[in-house]
Structure formats: C-alpha cells, structure tokens
Design a protein. Structure first.
Length: 456
C-alpha cells in the first residue's frame, strides 16, 4: 500500500498561490479602487461587458487572478496566452480561430500575460483583430505600457493600474490560505499573528511572495502530535533576504533615481539615503549612482558650493577603488553632503538657455578679435585684429565684445545669492557694471569724434 504524505500528493506540485486563487470578486483581496462596490472594473466584470484593457502593476498584485475571475464570468471564449512561450505563428493561429468564432456569433476574450515581452511586430499582429472585434484583448504587464505597448494598440485599450497590496491585505490573504481546504485548512498549522505579520512585511506588497513564503515556512515546520509548528528560526530562514522590485533597465530604475535626485534637491538627507540604499539593495551599480551625484553637484548646487563637485568626484573614485559593499558609506557621505549643501540651478539654467540659442539661431562666425592668427595669411585676413589682452589692464578687464553680433547683450548666467554663489554674484555684478560704464564711455567718445567736440 502506498504511504500517503502529510500533504495530498495531487496538490503538492501545485503552488499554494494557485491552489487558493480567488474565483470571485468577493474573495479577491486588495485593489478596492478598481473592484470595490460600484467601481468601473467590478461593474464591467459582473455585467460581462469587458472591453480591451491593460492591467499594469507590480508582480503579485492580482493581474492574473482578475483575468481568471473574468474567465469564470464571461460567456465568451476565454483564451490564456503567454508572451513568454508564444510567437507570431501561435498568435496568428489563435487570431484565425477567434475570427471563425466571431463569424459564428461567439466572442473571444484573449488574456496575454506579460504583454510587454512581445515585440512591435507581435503586438501589431493583434491590432486588426482588436479593431474588427474578433477579440477582446486583456494584457497584463509589470512595465509602463506607455513605453512597452504600441501606441496604436494602447489607444484601443483602457489601462487599469493595480497597486502593491497593503500589509493588512496580505495578512487577510495569508489567513484565508491557512483556512482554505485547498490550502492548509485540513492541517493544524501553529503559527502566531506576529509570524504572519512578519511574512506580510517581507512580501513587500506581493501576494505571490507572501503565499510562497508561507508555504515554505509550513513545509519546513516541526511536525508533532498537535500539528505543524512554524518556528521563529525556520521562518527567519525563509525571510532572510527581501527581493526588492528593481529592474535596472526598467521603469523602477528611473523611479528610484528620480526619488534620490529630488530628495537631495529638497535637502532631505534621510530620504535620499533611503532611496540610495534601495537602489544598492536592488543590485544597482554604485558607479551609476556616483555618476548621477556628479551631475547633481553642478546641476542643483553649482556655484553655491563648488566643493560639492569635488566631493562627488572623490566619491566616484572611492567607489571605483573599493566597490560594493564597502563603498556604500562613501555614497552616503556624498548623498548627505549634497543634500545639505546650498542649492542653485543657475548653471543648469544658463547651459539650457545657451543650448536653445545654439540650436535655434544662426551659427554666427567667431568675431575676428577672438580668432588666433598663427599664420601670415590669417593676419592678412585680420584674424585677431582688435583683440584686447585682459592682463595688460589694471582691472584685468576689457570692453572687448566676445559675443557674435546678433547676440550682443544676451545673458545666460544669473547667479543666485545662495551659499558661495553670493560672492560670485557680487563680483559678476561689479564686472557687468564696469563693462556698462566702459560701453558708455565708448559711446561718449564716438559721439565726440563724429561731431568733433574737443575733450574738456
């Protein structure tokens, strides 16, 4: 006689998350903004009036589960399609079958998991069938559909944004799994509320991670006459390392670096250190962070504290020498310094304004007085004529025009009074005042020359 294991052998190869997947909206946990009473998505599902749509959200928040619920409610043919295992040939086969069904009066709902993995040609294959109504497309993606789904296809779909689950939702979900007959309802699992909260916190808003962790903890529990005891030691091994959502080439990468940059700009070192650590924990290259800090030092601090650039460059070198994990403290040093430094974006504004003029205005020739004349021909062409050597003057200034004729008087740099830039502003104001006085004197002399008015 075959000995039965503690768990039904027919279920042991099916993950807990699949065994306890909700079959109705009433059992679904989270996403109240979409499927709460009276919400649009709930009404569409309950009335079986599904339109083409995209479910966008992080892993484990219910995208596939909602598709499964729709499959149970709709009177249409429901086809589950994976972008991982399917190509153009499979798409065309399914589309042709859907077109035949349409001609027979049968609608087809096509669920495409991880639709962002399809390339442009594969996504284009859906478009004519969506337009004709052969299929109602439901796509699920963890990536921003604005970037990953063709504009033509996206314009024909309604996007529903699913949020990471809250800890209370995950606790409710775990409690349901412990009581569900397909879960651990037939077993006497001894687990404390504190342990359940620990699993929920570890899952970081991901229901699949929460259920997989619970299953691992129970399977590795201590079996006794009273039941299965989940020990703190066993649980700690299951939650020893949190897997953070972070794709170094995806949207979350840019979200986190944006959060770091804006926290420093807002002079909030605590938030900046947190976001920096999130990136490092997710596996980000520390040199990437260090390069962004160098940019920040000039873009958001600039002349208000020129030492900020030196600190940022030094930290980049330290990260290059040491690498992870030792260089994390150097990054913290730079992030803190940059957060607390006085802020000025005057250099950034000057650069952007000048770039616009370079891009949009005529490319003026360099004025003769600013050109070098290393050859006799160049001298004959008057290269360098009118050049004034600033070091020959007492003020170390001249009234020589350095701008092209069409840009005379144009200003780009407007220093602030933040930090050390106040000193730069004071000097710049004195330089401008001197040059204006020199220009006025030139006008006065030119007027006297024209009208032959003798000097007094």
């Amino acid at each position: 006689m075959e000995q039965m294991s503690l768990f039904d052998h027919r279920k042991e190869h099916i993950p807990l998350a699949s065994r306890v997947r909700p079959a109705s909206l009433n059992d679904f946990v989270g996403q109240e903004h979409l499927i709460g009473p009276g919400k649009m998505l709930r009404q569409l599902i309950e009335k079986d009036q599904i339109t083409s749509m995209i479910f966008w959200g992080p892993p484990g928040v219910g995208k596939t589960t909602l598709a499964s619920i729709i499959a149970g409610h709709t009177k249409s043919d429901f086809i589950n399609f994976s972008a991982v295992t399917s190509g153009i040939r499979e798409i065309k086969e399914v589309m042709n079958q859907a077109e035949l069904s349409r001609r027979m009066g049968i609608c087809t709902v096509l669920f495409v998991d991880e639709i962002h993995r399809f390339n442009k040609a594969q996504q284009d294959a859906f478009l004519p069938f969506v337009e004709k109504g052969s299929i109602t497309l439901i796509g699920a993606t963890t990536e921003n559909p604005s970037f990953e789904v063709n504009a033509a296809l996206l314009s024909r779909c309604r996007v529903f944004v699913l949020k990471a689950l809250e800890e209370k939702d995950l606790i409710r979900l775990l409690g349901h799994a412990l009581k569900h007959p397909a879960g651990f309802g037939t077993q006497n699992v001894l687990i404390t509320p504190e342990q359940i909260r620990a699993v929920a916190a570890f899952a970081n808003g991901d229901a699949r991670t929460a259920l997989n962790t619970l299953e691992m903890a129970v399977l590795n529990g201590e079996i006794s006459a009273k039941g299965i005891l989940v020990t703190d030691e066993g649980l700690s091994q299951c939650i020893s390392r949190k897997s953070l959502l972070y794709d170094k080439n995806g949207e979350e990468h840019y979200n986190l670096i944006s959060a770091l940059h804006k926290s420093m700009r807002n002079s909030d070192p605590d938030a900046a250190i947190y976001w920096m650590c999130r990136m490092l924990e997710g596996g980000e290259n520390p040199l990437y962070i260090a390069r962004r800090l160098i940019r920040f030092a000039s873009e958001d601090i600039g002349m208000a504290d020129s030492h900020a650039l030196q600190v940022a460059v030094s930290v980049y070198q330290a990260c290059h020498f040491l690498g992870m994990p030792e260089c994390d403290i150097h990054l913290t040093h730079a992030v803190t310094y940059l957060s607390l430094a006085p802020k000025s974006n005057a250099l950034y504004q000057a650069c952007e304004a000048a770039k616009q003029d370079v891009k949009n205005l005529r490319a003026e020739p360099v004025p003769l007085q600013l050109r070098n004349a290393p050859t006799r021909l160049m001298k004959e062409l008057e290269y360098g004529k009118g050049y004034e050597y600033a070091h020959d003057t007492r003020e170390k200034l001249t009234h020589m025009e350095c701008m092209p004729d069409s840009l005379k008087g144009r200003s780009y740099y407007f220093p602030t009074e933040e930090g050390e830039e106040k000193l730069a502003k004071e000097r710049f104001d004195r330089i401008r005042q001197w040059k204006m006085q020199a220009a006025d004197q030139d006008l006065h002399d030119e007027y006297n020359r024209i009208y032959m008015i003798p000097e007094q």
